[in-house]
Design a protein around this ligand. Structure first.
Ligand code: UD1
Ligand code: MG
Length: 461
């Protein structure tokens, strides 16, 4: 039997993100520190959104304005003015939670939580039962412990600071993540007390209340400790960053990409790859990057918000930002492609060439040591070593336009605005300030004069 939409539980998601994160020693609120270039709380929001039709609420407190303006797509941000505990935090959202919905409570500083795990929590939450995500740790220090009776049923959660020596030996701990009917929260949150070791209103106390009311508490085992690990300091942030990167690297390899070393590629955004792509060590991708089929990325390349066509090779040590490369290009080593640069197929850019806001036509080349800015380079043109487009007059930027099959000799200075028509030829060492017509040669340099029998200056005694 298939379920009709009315059978599907309505889900309200509450993300707790009010804490300061003192141990991060940062002016930035903890939940905005990033994993894979994205704020931790955004990872949590995105995992929840993949559940489908959910209403999302984020509880903010410390630097509330900054946190709410930095996160995308929460239905609402609710301010918790004083951080009086996790139970108090959820109580701030209670008035806007839907009466006929279940509430999924997540932590903004537990970034690697997966949607599949949340689905299991949601599935187990009924009118008669709440679900609790737990994990068994070798070292449970600091966490709330899960207490069970002789029938192995969950009876309560006791916080580290309130636990007796026997309870401290329990290895099964509370991840903090739970799913519970709104009606239960409405009944129990007002009953929470702060008479405990931390003088906080503990959300975890609802577990004992559920048991007392005959509501079952179903525990769901987290698939791995990393998935439910919280971040309190930079050491934990660094460890989870590595876990996250490893996840992405594994997914890439399983989809057919060859990574020279899966531990030495960093993806800080969305990377989409074609078939038979090779990525060498120490590469960093950020923002939206698309790689076509047979693309090869050399070691130490940094590629941001760019698209790279089939068979194109980035040799080692290139920096590519907001550039578009067509098929069969060869770039680098040591090239810098800056925003607004486009390369038609079979174009080549070699070592120590900087390109900014320029277009390279099919098969055009700048193989060594050049600056090409605000330029249009026609198909088949060749820019010699040491060529500079003087695109800036100190106040304004100007364009340089090269037609097809233009040849620019080495060490030329092209003073923009400038046009060089098809088949134009510039002699090496020229400073070109005027239009060069089609099929003509421009020479603009001092003539060489040889003085025979020249005596070198000698050193004075
Ligand atoms: C909490 C749980 C503990 C669990 C642990 C897992 C309680 C009482 N304890 O403890 O059982 O093992 O998480 O990491 O819930 N927050 C607010 N407002 C507040 C307090 C906290 O928004 O007033 C947010 C924090 O920003 C954080 C989350 O809630 O994202 C957890 O708070 P934290 O103080 O870290 O709780 P723990 O003591 O770690
Ligand atoms: Mg914590």
């Amino acid at each position: 039997m298939t379920s009709s939409p009315s059978d599907v539980a309505k889900i309200d998601v509450v993300v707790l993100a009010a804490g300061k994160g003192t141990r991060m020693y940062s002016t930035k609120p903890k939940v905005l520190h990033t994993i894979g270039g994205k704020p931790m709380a955004q990872h949590v929001i995105d995992a929840a959104k993949r559940l489908g039709d959910v209403a999302l609420h984020v509880v903010v407190g410390h630097q509330a304005d900054l946190v709410s303006s930095s996160l995308q797509c929460a239905e609402s941000f609710v301010e918790q003015r004083e951080q009086l505990g996790t139970g108090h935090a959820v109580a701030q959202v209670l008035p806007i939670l839907r009466e006929d919905a279940i509430t999924l409570i997540l932590y903004g500083d537990v970034p690697l939580i997966q949607t599949q795990t949340l689905e299991r929590l949601v599935a187990g939450c009924t009118a008669q039962s709440m679900t609790l995500l737990t994990v068994t740790l070798d070292n449970p220090q600091g966490y709330g412990r899960i207490c069970r009776n002789t029938d192995n049923e969950v009876t309560s959660i006791v916080e580290q600071k309130d636990a007796d020596p026997e309870q401290l030996l329990i290895n099964e701990v509370n991840t903090g993540i739970m799913c519970i009917q709104q009606s239960c929260l409405a009944a129990w949150l007002p009953l929470l007390s702060n008479s405990n070791a931390q003088n906080e209103y503990y959300l975890t106390d609802v577990v004992a209340m559920a048991v007392a009311q005959g509501i079952g508490v179903t525990s769901v085992d987290a698939p791995s400790p990393e998935e439910v690990e919280g971040v309190n300091n930079k050491l934990q942030l660094g460890a989870l960053e590595r876990c996250y990167q490893r996840r992405l690297a594994d997914a890439l390899m399983l989809a057919g990409t060859t990574l020279a070393d899966p531990a030495r590629v960093d993806i800080r955004g969305e990377l989409s790859v074609g078939q038979d792509v090779f990525i060498d060590v120490n590469t960093v991708f950020s923002g939206n990057v698309t790689l076509g089929d047979n693309v090869s990325i050399g070691s130490n390349c940094v590629v941001s918000n760019s698209s790279i066509g089939d068979n194109t090779e980035l040799l080692a040590n290139c920096v590519v930002d907001q550039a578009t490369l067509a098929n069969d290009c060869i770039i680098g080593p040591f090239a810098r492609l800056r925003p607004g640069s486009t390369f038609a197929q079979k174009s080549k850019v070699g070592n120590f060439v900087e390109v900014k806001n320029s277009s390279f036509g099919e098969g055009s080349k700048a193989n060594h040591l050049a600056y090409v800015g605000d330029a249009q380079v026609g198909a088949g043109s060749n820019i010699g070593a040491g060529t500079i487009t003087c695109n800036y007059d100190g106040a304004n930027k100007h364009k340089t336009r090269l037609g097809k099959n233009v040849f620019i000799g080495s060490n030329s200075t092209l003073v923009a605005p400038l046009d060089i028509a098809d088949n134009g030829f510039v002699a090496a060492g020229s400073t070109i300030v005027k239009t060069v017509l089609a099929d003509s040669l421009a020479v603009a340099r001092g003539r060489q004069k040889n003085i025979e029998g020249w005596t070198r200056p000698s050193k004075k005694s």
